[in-house]
Design a protein around this ligand. Structure first.
Ligand SMILES: [Zn+2]
Length: 322
């Protein structure tokens, strides 16, 4: 643990920015108008949130041409003048996200403009999980899995316990999980709850966590040949009671579902990223929110997640190579 209490510093930062920065204040005020629907599925639940403030992020164009033509909004020189920067070791900044999903929502970009990649940054994610873990969950969206700046490396942090997955993980593991392998200080599990295919890694040591993730990454890459990064969303938590990190990788097959691109009344603006697959599905259009039911959600999840048959193969490969 670093000497500075980053959890409290981040919380103070948000309080201050809501006072000094109108865009930030308005963004958090807009959370008062969100609507939520909940779907109770066996042993876990998924929510749908109508959040009009997220239209820019949900509809972000992330193709290489659009990215090349815009100014990078995570680069230091392009940050809004009122945005305060909390420096974090390892070359990152903690910034308040003025377009929140969570009651407290931060963006954590690397200072250097480098592409969005998880490899080589798991140690930073673990540090963040420990340093911010008192109040926040850390997450990562792959460049083709919801990151609205795929060209600029960043993590995010949001209120711990806001995503159902945060507190349902243990139950999901018990009801839908299997042990993939265990070594002295790492346990790896495969979770398939019918909606999501997930690999989780638990360890008390950050180095062991990173090493196990590296092994997983190498195997998972075989299922995504030719991609800049195999498709994934990652959530990380640190448990202070057990002194343990838990990293969950949501295994993806597709960035956006067919309904996202539909031009008729089947259209649903849902572009799944970490927060969505963590159980809070963001829809910025009210009609689409009203239309959403469990069957549509199930259809979208089966489309954007790795198939059950590939998931079985992945687990076999992980066991073989452990
Ligand atoms: Zn940048």
């Amino acid at each position: 643990m670093k000497q500075i209490d980053y959890s409290s510093s981040a919380r103070f930062l948000l309080t201050r920015q809501k006072e000094d920065w109108d865009m930030c204040r308005d963004g958090y005020k807009s959370l008062d108008t969100i609507k939520i629907k909940e779907f109770h599925i066996d042993g876990f639940h998924l929510k749908v949130q109508f959040n009009p403030g997220r239209i820019i992020s949900t509809s972000a164009k992330v193709d290489p041409k659009s990215i090349a033509e815009r100014k990078c909004f995570l680069c230091y020189e392009n940050l809004p003048p009122k945005q305060e920067k909390l420096e974090y070791p390892d070359g990152f900044l903690i910034l308040v996200n003025p377009f929140p999903i969570f009651p407290e929502h931060f963006t954590i970009p690397q200072i250097e403009h480098k592409p969005q990649r998880i490899q080589g940054n798991v140690n930073v994610m673990a540090d963040l999980a420990k340093d911010l873990g008192k109040y926040y969950t850390i997450f990562y969206n792959g460049p083709k899995c919801g990151a609205s700046a795929p060209d600029h490396m960043h993590f995010q942090a949001g209120t711990k316990g806001y995503m159902p997955y945060d507190y349902e993980y243990t139950m999901i593991k018990k009801d839908y999980g299997e042990s993939v392998y265990m070594t002295g200080d790492v346990a790896v599990y495969g979770l398939n709850d019918g909606f999501r295919r997930i690999i989780s890694v638990e360890s008390k040591k950050a180095e062991s966590l990173e090493k196990a993730f590296g092994h997983f990454y190498g195997v998972y890459e075989e299922f995504h040949p030719g991609e800049e990064e195999p498709m994934m969303n990652v959530l990380m938590n640190f448990d202070y009671v057990e002194n343990k990190y838990t990293l969950s990788v949501f295994l993806r097959a597709k960035h956006r579902p067919a309904r996202y691109f539909a031009e008729d009344d089947t259209k649903i603006m849902l572009s799944p990223a970490s927060v969505d697959v963590g159980g809070v599905n963001i829809i910025p259009v009210e009609d689409h929110f009203n239309k959403m039911d469990r069957e549509i959600l199930e259809e979208i999840y089966s489309e954007v997640f790795m198939s059950e048959s590939d998931f079985k193969k992945l687990i076999i490969r992980l066991k073989e190579t452990a």
